[in-house]
Design a protein around this ligand. Structure first.
Ligand code: GLP
Length: 233
């Protein structure tokens, strides 16, 4: 793992943007994208840039079960408003959280990933070390699946909802096995509440108790951390 220390989220977003820009100047065609507060500064860099994404494909990590693209808290809506509406891509994929057959939707999404292998995968990290919505205990070789969110994740994500009861308890998430197939992984983490997870991810054992630790096994994983998130390294 390569660790890049930055001052704050703004500098982190610029660093990640540079890596994407370099990639696009070479062979990169497919970006694996993430939601949450962490990638927002990166998406700002992308939308403010003069880069053209109209030949690029994106494959997002996850979506809440029960929320459609019209729901303001859905990850589809987040991606549209923070990036795609401002910088059109050729094609964008996000799991369908309103699919009537959720198992079939997982298989469909695996097919999307197989047809569009991810060149650069952007990742955030949960306070409990989850990536995508792969919570502690997840299969480190797993494919797309229907997942149950932990109390800690529901608690952390309730800030985006009116009340905690509104936070969906299930999601569809790209699996860790598929995430690891991305040619390059860029995980970003900002803020003191990520310091323990970042330390465990880098210095702890590779274990599904802290899913992000699996990045230790990836040949091209870059971690961008601000001072607060790096405080326990
Ligand atoms: C959610 C997303 C993750 C994200 C995490 C952290 O659980 N599924 O992809 O990394 O939140 O979010 P934040 O960046 O807001 O801390």
């Amino acid at each position: 793992m390569e660790i890049i220390r930055v001052k704050n989220a703004e500098e982190g977003g610029k660093k990640a943007f540079e890596l994407i820009k370099e990639g696009m100047a070479a062979e990169v065609k497919t970006l694996g994208l993430a939601t949450g507060s962490t990638p927002i500064t990166l998406y700002q860099e992308m939308t403010n840039s003069d880069l053209d994404f109209s030949e690029m494909v994106s494959v997002n990590l996850d979506e809440y079960v029960g929320l459609g693209g019209d729901d303001e808290q859905s990850y589809r809506h987040f991606m549209n408003t923070n990036l795609f509406d401002k910088k059109p891509f050729k094609e964008t994929f996000v799991p369908n959280g309103k699919a009537s057959d959720l198992q079939a939707e997982c298989l469909r999404y695996d097919d999307v990933i197989a047809k569009h292998p991810v060149d650069i995968q952007i990742l955030g990290i949960g306070v409990n070390g989850h990536i995508g919505f792969n919570e502690p205990g997840a299969d480190l070789e797993g494919k797309t699946s229907l997942v149950h969110l932990t109390e800690s994740t529901i608690e952390a994500n309730k800030r985006f909802f009116d009340k905690v009861e509104d936070v969906p308890t299930q999601a569809i998430s790209m699996g860790i096995g598929s995430i690891m197939e991305g040619k390059q992984l860029i995980l970003m983490a900002y803020g003191a509440n990520k310091a323990d997870a970042i330390n465990e991810m880098i210095n702890g054992p590779v274990t599904n108790h802290l899913p992000a630790s699996v990045l230790q096994n990836h040949a091209n994983a870059i971690v961008i951390v601000d001072e607060a998130a790096a405080a326990k390294l």
